[in-house]
Design a protein around this ligand. Sequence first.
Ligand code: COA
Length: 170
Amino acid sequence: MTDNDRNGKIGVYPGTFDPATYGHIDIITRASNIFGKIIVAVADNPYKNPIFTIEERVGFLKKIVEDLNIDNVEIDSFSGLLVNYLRTKNANIIIRGLRVFTDFDYEVAIASMNKKLSPNIETVLLMTSEKYSFISSSLIKEVAGLGGCIKGYAPDIVINALVEKLQKNK
Ligand code: COA
């Protein structure tokens, strides 16, 4: 796809990505076909107590996007309010993935709060592909931690790092 086929808009896809899964990659890939540029914004979110450092989470996503050869996706990190981050990037569109029905209430709440904080911001919700609709980063960590197979839910680079990290933390 050429830049002429896409609009020139920047979409920011925020998340903790601890770690990135095929569900996230599905959203990144599809969003990259809709927007001129996607910024995947990895949140330095102290409340979530992530297993991977911010540098590791950013590193996985950079490698994944490089392997997919998607040219209009940038990987970045941020701390503080998402709306302030968007301002620094001259962006006003937040992209979020909707997995299951229960995501909806939460997404409406954060989209509404972000709109109150910065009225020019729009949130675009993309339906997660059905085959990834039940996975989450926590579920993957839990299954891997208990010795279950998570192949097919995250790229090998993530799976290998996760197994190594979980062994180290034992
Ligand atoms: N496929 C698979 N899994 C998905 C998914 C998809 N398409 N979309 C989300 N998930 C998973 C995530 O991995 C995450 O799993 P986990 O809870 O097990 O870690 C879970 O669903 C929730 O994801 P999400 O709702 O995206 O939460 P998050 O913690 O990854 O990101 C932020 C939340 C970072 C966007 C939000 O906290 C934020 O904006 N923080 C900045 C501070 C701020 O501005 N706060 C006010 C917001 S109104």
